[in-house]
Unconditional design. Sequence first.
Length: 285
Amino acid sequence: MNYRHAFHAGNHADVLKHIVMLAMIDALKRKDSPFFVLDTHAGRGRYLLSAEESRKTAEADEGILQLMALPALPEVVEHYLRAVQADNPVGALISYPGSPLMAARALREQDRMAACELQPEEAAALKELFAHDRRVQVLAANGYDSIRALLPPKAGANKIGRALVLIDPPYEVQDAEYPQIIATCREILTRMPQAQIAVWYPIKQRRSLQQFFRKASHLPAKSVLVAELMIRPDNSPLRLNGSGMLLVNAPWQFDQIIAPALPVLREHLGEAGSSTRLEWLKTSD
């Protein structure tokens, strides 16, 4: 099992990631033409919150479960909560849908998706999950290595002109992961210059990310947006103090769509010294 995903299912990082992901998919659905979603590190697609791995950390208690009890949240947050509730009985929260399941349920009939997962057990669970969904292709493969085979995407003999690529790697060796992400983003943009890319990244100490941000700002894209949620000050390198989403070619005025969510997440999920950040690293003039 992919324990990183299982341990943290429904935590503050998942909340931010999935709010942003669903909002980006919603923006793509404003046009009738089909789009393609590629999840490079998909996991197994669904996580039981009662499983031993999840209960050890109980991170959902301070993430999704906190929000489920609140009334009158911004629509961008409510949309996310509805997506989570759709995977559960009314009034209960038994499982947490991972990125591929949440994304697939947001697709239309004409849209397509590919989900890559390298771990055999996780890939098998993912294939079973989507066994009857012809819109979704599951590959037991390294998502980074699959870019050339999957982009630009096709539906039969027809090319699909729009794409969203989700990159959420395990960050087991963080110093090695960030150059790989930048290289992958460049490859994606070479193959599809208009592709949108959403990269999740952990924050232990923000200053360690400066080189990553600097290189991201020089990607051959129209825009690069950063959205972050710090649930505590980043003064401990041993804890996940927060997380962020690096959004390449984000939809027009996407910062205004996400902005209402951040103060709400900080208020209800954060500790003393929590903070948020929403900043364009690069904009199209």
